[in-house]
Design a protein. Structure first.
Length: 743
C-alpha cells in the first residue's frame, strides 16, 4: 500500500501503529497513563526500531503537540520521535527528540510531495548503521528543510573523495576523479527520475533495490547498478533480458549517461559494497529530490548541480581553470537580454518591444526563435545553455525542449566533467517537461554527444584559420546531427560512425583548401622576390619578405602534418568549431555566443599556452613588461566569440570589470568600440560575492556590426534603464567611462 493511502486511513491515536509498520518499523500499542510529561494529550508507545522508540499523541494542534512531546522526551533522555494526530483538522505532525527538534506537519488527506518524501525517509533501511543515536540524527535530517543544500554539497564531496580513493592507484588521479564522478552522477540522476515516480512507480525503488541486493548477499556494483544502467535504462523493454526485467517497470531513457564510458572500457573496476552502502546511506537516502528546475525548501533540485560541480573541484584547480558558478538570476538576465537584442535586430523593432514579444510570442517571433543557434564556448556546468533552453521553450508546448535541444543549443568545454554535468542538467530539464504518468510513456532522452563537445574553443594543435564554405558535406552534417539526437540502439551507433566520417571529410576538405591558399601566397612572395626595385635591380628576399615566406612555409608544413595524421587515424585529432559545427559556421556563424568564460590571470597560464594565445589572438598580446600588462584569458574568449558569431549576431559574456580600464585591454576596447555595437556594458560589482572570484564582474553584450554615430550604451542589464553613454566617446582604447552622459 502506498504511504499516501496509509495516511488516509489514520483517524485516531490507535491507528498510528499502521504508519509505523508502513515505514518498516516494529509496531506496537501501549497507551501511557496520564502524567505531567504526557499532558499534551492522549499518548502511547506506537513502535520501536531497536532501542529507538516511536510515540504517538492525539491532540488539537498536531504540530504544537508533536513539538511539545518531543521536547519532553528529550528532557528525559529518551532517544525517540513523536507523531501527533489532530482528528478534527485531519493533520499529522512528526518531531524527533534530537538536535533542534525538527518538526514536520502535513495534511492526512492531501499531503505534498516534500511531506511524503520526508516521511518515507523515516524508514529504517538495511543500509542504516550506528544504533539509535545515529538513526535519531538521520531522522532529524529527514525532517529538516534548512541548510539542505550545504549538507548535500559536503556529503557529495566526501562521498566522491572516498570513491575516488578506492579506485586503483595505477590510474591517474584525474581519471579516478572523473570515473567516481561518473558513477555518482548516474545514481544522482536516477534519484531525480525516481522523484517523478518512473522507477517501477515506487518513491523508494532505489532504497528497496539496495536493501534487497544486500540481503541476498550480492554485489551492489556488479549485480544491481550495472544491470540497471547498461541492461535496462539503456535498452527498450523489448530488448531487455531476463535479469533486467526483474527490476519491474523501468523507462527506456537512452542518452549517453547509461552507456559504458571510455574510462570504463579502458579498465573495469568494481567498487566494494561498503563504499556503495555508505554512498546510499550517507548521501542519496538523506536528501529529498525533485526534477523541477527551481529550488524548493528542503528539496535538491537540478539547479543545485552547478554548485555541486564547483564544489567537487579542488579550489586550486577551480582558480587555475577560472571556473566559477554563475547564479541563475544573473544567467536569466544576461541570456534574456541578449536574445532580446538579437530579436530586436532580426525583427527591426526596439529592445523593449522584443522583450514583450519574447513574453508573448507571435507567429513571426516563434519563426525567428525556431531558427536561432546559440553557443557557449566554455560551458562549465551548463547554466547558460539551460537558461537559453528555458527561455526558448517558455511556450510550454509538449516536446518543445527536445526540439530546442536538437536544433538550437551548442556547447564546448575542455573539462570532461563539465560536459557530463551540462548533459545531465539538460536531460533533467527534458524530464521535468515530460508529463508521462507511467514509466512506459516516458520518451527516450535525446543524444547530446554531437551538440555538447569536449575540446578547446580557443586553440588546437593547428592554430591556423581554415576556410569554411557551404557544401554537400556541411548539409549532410546538419542532417546527420539532427537524426543522431533522436536515434537509439544500433541505428544510433551507425549514425555516430557516419558523423565522425563526415566531420573528418570536412576537415580534410578544409585542409586541402587551406594548403592551396598557402601555396598561392607562397608563390606570390616568390614572385615579389623576382620583381624589380625602383632602381631597376631585383628585389630578392629582403628581411620582411623572408620572415613572411618562412611563416607561410611553417603553416604549410603544419597543414601537411595534420593531413597525414588525419589520413592515418581516420578521425579528427582535435576539436574545432569550424569542423564539428561546420554547418553553422558555413551559414555565417552562431546567432548568439554567450557564457561566463574562464577568468585566469596571465601568470597562472603555462608559458607555452601564453605563446599560442599571443600568436593566435591579436587582443591577447602584452602591452608592456610584467604580468600586469598581460591579458586575462577571458579576453581571448571575447575575441574568439566574435569570430564565431555571425554578422548582426550577438555576443553576451560575463568578464572581469577590469577589461574596461586595464592597459592590456586597450586594443580590444578600441576594436569593440569601432567595429561592434555595444548594447550593454554593465558593472556588476554587487554580484562579486556570488562568484567567489578575486575580480569584479562586468556584463558585456554587443552586436557584430558597426554602431551608428548616435548609438548609446546601456550600463545596466535592465531594459528599463535608459542608454546614456555615447559609444562614439569610447573609441581609441582609453578606459571606458560608463557613467558619462550626453545631454
Amino acid at each position: 500500500m502506498q504511504l499516501a493511502d496509509v495516511l488516509l486511513q489514520l483517524r485516531h491515536l490507535a491507528d498510528l501503529p499502521r504508519l509505523v509498520a508502513a515505514l518498516g518499523h516494529r509496531p506496537t500499542f501501549e497507551e501511557a497513563p496520564p502524567c505531567a510529561w504526557t499532558s499534551a494529550g492522549r499518548a502511547a508507545l506506537i513502535g520501536t526500531t531497536g532501542e529507538f522508540y516511536w510515540y504517538g499523541v492525539e491532540a488539537a494542534g498536531a504540530e504544537r503537540a508533536a513539538l511539545t512531546f518531543a521536547r519532553r522526551l528529550r528532557a528525559r533522555g529518551r532517544i525517540a520521535a513523536a507523531f501527533a494526530i489532530d482528528p478534527g483538522e485531519r493533520r499529522l505532525a512528526a518531531a524527533v527528540a534530537f538536535g533542534e527538534l525538527p518538526v514536520l506537519s502535513l495534511s492526512l488527506t492531501a499531503p505534498g510531495q516534500l511531506a511524503l518524501s520526508c516521511l518515507q525517509r523515516l524508514a529504517s533501511p538495511a543500509t542504516a548503521t550506528g544504533g539509535p543515536l545515529a538513526y535519531a540524527a538521520r531522522a532529524a535530517e529527514a525532517l529538516e528543510g534548512e541548510a539542505v543544500g550545504r549538507r548535500f554539497f559536503r556529503a557529495f564531496r566526501c562521498t566522491l573523495d572516498r570513491m575516488s580513493a578506492a579506485l586503483p592507484v595505477s590510474r591517474p588521479e584525474g581519471e579516478r576523479h572523473a570515473l567516481a564522478l561518473l558513477h555518482l552522477t548516474r545514481v544522482l540522476f536516477l534519484y531525480f527520475v525516481q522523484s517523478k515516480g518512473w522507477l517501477d512507480a515506487r518513491p523508494d525503488f532505489l532504497a528497496r533495490a539496495v536493501d534487497r541486493c544486500l540481503a541476498d548477499g550480492r554485489h551492489l556494483h556488479r549485480d544491481l547498478l550495472e544491470p540497471l544502467f547498461f541492461g535496462t535504462l539503456n535498452r527498450p523493454v523489448s530488448a531487455r533480458g531476463h535479469v533486467p526485467r526483474r527490476f519491474g517497470r523501468i523507462p527506456f531513457l537512452n542518452g549517453g549517461l547509461f552507456e559504458p564510458h571510455g574510462l570504463e572500457r579502458r579498465g573495469k573496476h568494481v567498487l566494494p559494497n561498503a563504499l556503495w552502502r555508505d554512498a546510499f546511506d550517507s548521501l542519496f537516502e538523506r536528501f529529498h529530490f525533485t526534477a523541477e528546475e527551481r529550488n524548493r525548501p528542503g528539496l535538491i533540485a537540478p539547479e543545485m548541480l552547478g554548485r555541486v560541480f564547483e564544489g567537487v573541484m579542488e579550489p586550486a584547480v577551480r582558480r587555475q581553470s577560472g571556473t566559477f558558478y554563475t547564479p541563475a538570476p544573473l544567467v536569466s538576465s544576461l541570456v534574456g537580454g541578449a536574445v532580446a537584442v538579437w530579436l530586436a535586430g532580426r525583427l527591426g523593432c526596439g529592445e523593449s518591444e522584443a522583450e514583450r514579444r519574447l513574453q508573448e510570442p507571435d507567429a513571426t517571433t516563434l519563426r525567428a526563435l525556431r531558427a536561432i543557434t546559440i553557443l557557449d564556448p566554455a560551458v562549465g556546468s551548463g547554466a547558460f545553455l539551460l537558461g537559453a533552453l528555458e527561455l526558448l521553450s517558455a511556450s510550454g508546448r509538449p516536446g518543445v525542449r527536445r526540439r530546442v535541444l536538437k536544433r538550437s543549443l551548442y556547447g564546448v568545454d575542455l573539462n570532461a566533467a563539465a560536459v557530463r554535468l551540462t548533459e545531465l542538467r539538460l536531460w533533467l530539464a527534458v524530464l521535468a517537461e515530460d508529463s508521462a504518468d507511467s514509466p512506459e510513456k516516458v520518451a527516450p532522452l535525446p543524444n547530446l554527444d554531437a551538440l555538447v563537445r569536449q575540446g578547446d574553443s580557443l586553440v588546437d594543435q593547428l592554430s591556423i584559420p581554415l576556410p569554411v564554405s557551404r557544401s554537400l558535406l556541411t548539409g549532410r552534417l546538419r542532417h546527420l546531427r539532427s537524426r543522431f539526437a533522436g536515434e537509439t540502439g544500433s541505428a544510433k551507433r551507425a549514425l555516430a560512425r557516419e558523423l565522425r566520417r563526415t566531420e573528418s571529410a570536412i576537415l580534410a576538405q578544409s585542409l586541402v583548401a587551406a594548403e592551396a591558399s598557402l601555396e598561392h601566397r607562397i608563390a606570390a612572395c616568390l614572385a615579389d622576390a623576382q620583381g624589380s626595385t625602383l632602381f631597376g635591380g631585383r628585389r630578392g628576399l629582403d628581411p620582411p619578405l623572408r620572415r613572411q615566406l618562412s611563416a607561410l612555409r611553417a603553416e604549410r608544413q603544419a597543414l601537411r602534418v595534420a593531413r597525414r595524421k588525419l589520413g592515418r587515424d581516420g578521425e579528427l585529432p582535435w576539436f574545432r568549431c569550424e569542423v564539428h559545427f561546420a554547418d553553422v559556421m558555413a551559414a555565417g556563424g552562431f546567432d548568439l555566443v554567450v557564457g561566463n568564460p574562464p577568468w585566469v590571470r596571465a601568470e597562472q597560464i603555462p608559458p607555452g599556452q601564453r605563446s599560442r594565445l599571443a600568436a593566435r589572438y591579436r587582443w591577447w598580446r602584452s602591452s608592456g613588461r610584467g604580468f600586469g600588462h598581460r591579458p586575462d584569458l577571458s579576453l581571448a574568449f571575447v575575441e574568439r566569440g566574435l569570430e564565431l558569431v555571425r554578422p548582426d549576431g550577438v555576443l553576451a559574456m560575463l568578464v572581469p570589470a577590469k577589461l574596461a580600464t586595464a592597459g592590456y585591454a586597450a586594443r580590444a576596447r578600441h576594436a569593440l568600440a569601432s567595429e561592434a555595437t555595444l548594447n550593454v556594458v554593465a558593472d556588476l560589482e554587487e554580484q562579486r560575492n556570488t562568484f567567489d572570484a578575486t575580480a569584479y564582474p562586468m556584463a558585456l553584450v554587443l552586436t557584430r556590426r558597426r554602431a551608428s554615430e548616435t548609438h548609446r550604451v546601456r550600463t545596466s542589464l535592465s531594459l528599463g534603464e535608459p542608454a546614456r553613454t555615447r559609444q562614439a566617446g569610447l573609441g581609441g582604447g582609453a578606459p571606458w567611462v560608463l557613467t558619462a552622459t550626453d545631454e
